[in-house]
Design a protein around this ligand. Sequence first.
Ligand code: ADP
Ligand code: MG
Length: 226
Amino acid sequence: MPLLSLTHISKSYREPGSDAAVSVLRDISLDIQAGESVAIVGPSGCGKSTLLNILGTLDSPDAGEYVFDGESIAACPVTRLAELRSEKIGFIFQLHHLMPQCTVLENVLLPTLALKSRPAAAVLRQRAESLLASVGLHDRLAWKPAQLSGGERQRVAVVRALINQPKVILADEPTGALDEKNAEALTTLLLDLQKTTGISLVMVTHHPAQAARMGRVLTMHEGSLH
Ligand code: ADP
Ligand code: MG
C-alpha cells in the first residue's frame, strides 16, 4: 500500500470578485511509496503549492479521494487531521518561519508541543541535539534565528520538520531563497536524511538540477501531472 494515494483529485478556486471558478488541479492521481523521493516541477501558478497543501491536509480537494497511511482524509475530523499532521508530516517552506524570539533548540522543539503522547523532555532534547549535530549545528543550540545565515536557518527548519519523526517531508521550494551552493547543500541534506531514515520526501522546486536528484520527477502543467 502506498504511503500517500491521490485518486482523481480536482480543485478549483473562486476568482475574487466574481463567481467564475478557476480550475487549479484537474483529475490528479498519484501514489507515493514509503521511502520514495519525488520532485514536483512546473511553471509558477500551475498548482504545485495547492497540490502540496492537499498532500499535507492543509487544504481539501473538491473531488477525488486522498488516503494517507491507510486513512481516508475526507473522513477525518479536524482534530484527527491536526494529530495526523503533527505525528506523520514534516513541513518545510521557502521561508524558514522560525520564531525570532526562540532559540534554535526551542524552535526545533516547538512541534513536539502538539503531540498527543509526548516523549519525555530529556528524550526530545537528546533527539533535537542529535539531529542538530547531524546538520552541523551542534554549537548553535542557544542562538537566535537572526544570528544565523540563510542556509543555517533552513537547516534548523529541516530539523524542526524531523523532530516528531514523520513519515513524509513535504517541502515547498525549500531552496527557493538560497544561492546555488546552499541550495545544493540543502538538497543533499534532505536526500541523505530520506535515505538514512527511510522517510518519503516530496519536494516542489524551481531548480531543475535539484529536481533531477530525486528518485522521480513529476511535471505539472495546467493542473495535470506528467
Ligand atoms: P504554484 O505553487 O505552482 O505557483 P499555486 O498552487 O500557489 O501555484 O496556485 C495555483 C493557482 O491557484 C494560481 O493561479 C493561484 O492564483 C490560484 N490560487 C491559489 N490559492 C488561491 C486562493 N486561496 N484563492 C484563489 N486562488 C488561489
Ligand atoms: Mg507555490
